[in-house]
Design a protein around this ligand. Structure first.
Ligand SMILES: NC(=O)c1ccc[n+]([C@@H]2O[C@H](COP(=O)([O-])OP(=O)(O)OC[C@H]3O[C@@H](n4cnc5c(N)ncnc54)[C@H](O)[C@@H]3O)[C@@H](O)[C@H]2O)c1
Length: 266
């Protein structure tokens, strides 16, 4: 459930959301439309799921996009400019986990063994996570800045992760990719604020999405701490992303908002 819906907050805005076929990206796209966005472009590797969400929205349109493909990212953003004449908001939620490694960690927990990942991790697994999460973020940030600089306006919100801070045991590639995402976004934020563009990051903790559904039960148990909030809903994270995209966050530049329900602080 959305707690922060404000009718018309994004009236007439043109927005692009990556990873919009599922989880947080889908929640962001729905919320932008509910708050008056004039156009919401839902970009996802999985065009079918993005289309299902887009069809719910009066101003939604789905496009197939692999954020690893820099040329395709540029083309998608240019397509938005051609069709709508501007790009006001980009929320970059596309990202991947590593279900195989999650299973290794869960198996070790169940068997009472030490977690062994680093010496078993293949180059392909490392590259996959880094190319989608880190290279993909660079491609999206670059294309968004190219589109927004001439207008001297725009807001970009990137979904990072609390894993960049607590560096979970057995998840080195994911933690490294998200630490890179945070630093990249902050460096770009400091550069482009002079051009009227704000870049900020939400760093969620465990959140109930497609990604969480790929987390084995033994691993989920570790997150079930009665002393903190349960798994966040994607809508709760979308609320924070939309706040960052809104004028209410005008003075937030290069912020990394840790949204982990009290699991730890930084
Ligand atoms: N769910 C969590 O607990 C959690 C916690 C912290 C951070 N995150 C981050 O939040 C973001 C959103 O993830 P989610 O939890 O909503 O997961 P999700 O799996 O539900 O959604 C991710 C979406 O990204 C899309 N995608 C994957 N690779 C892509 C690519 N190369 N190009 C374009 N789209 C691609 C998928 O098709 C999917 O629709 C990710 O960056 C993830 O790393 C998730």
């Amino acid at each position: 459930m959305n707690t922060g819906t404000r009718q018309g907050r994004f009236e007439g805005k043109v927005a692009m959301v990556t990873g919009a076929g599922s989880g947080m990206g889908a929640a962001v796209a729905r919320q932008l439309a509910a708050e008056g966005a004039g156009a919401v472009v839902l970009a996802d590797l999985n065009r079918e799921t993005a289309s299902v969400v887009a069809k719910e929205l009066p101003t939604g349109r789905a496009v197939a996009l692999d954020v690893v493909d820099a040329t395709a990212v540029d083309a998608a953003v240019e397509g938005v400019l051609r069709e709508h004449g501007k790009l006001d908001i980009v929320v970059h939620a596309a990202g991947v986990d590593d279900p195989d490694v999650k299973q290794w960690i869960a198996d070790a927990l169940v068997d009472g063994c030490r977690i062994r990942v680093t010496d078993r991790l293949a180059d392909t697994a490392w590259r996959r996570v880094m190319s989608v999460n880190l290279d993909g973020t660079f491609h999206v940030l670059r294309a968004a800045v190219r589109a927004m600089r001439p207008a001297e306006a725009g807001a970009i919100v990137v979904i990072g992760s609390s894993s960049a801070f607590d560096a979970p045991v057995g998840y080195p590639h994911y933690a490294a990719s998200k630490a890179g995402v945070h630093a990249l976004s902050q460096a770009v934020a400091k550069e482009v604020v002079a051009s009227g563009i704000r870049v900020n990051v939400v760093a969620p903790g465990p959140t109930e999405t497609g990604m969480a559904a790929r987390t084995p039960a033994a691993l989920r148990t570790g997150f079930a701490d009665p002393g903190v909030r349960p798994y966040a809903t994607p809508e709760e994270i979308a609320d924070i992303a939309l706040f960052l995209a809104s004028d209410a966050a005008a003075n937030l530049v290069g912020a990394v908002l840790l949204a982990n329900g009290g699991r730890f602080t930084t």
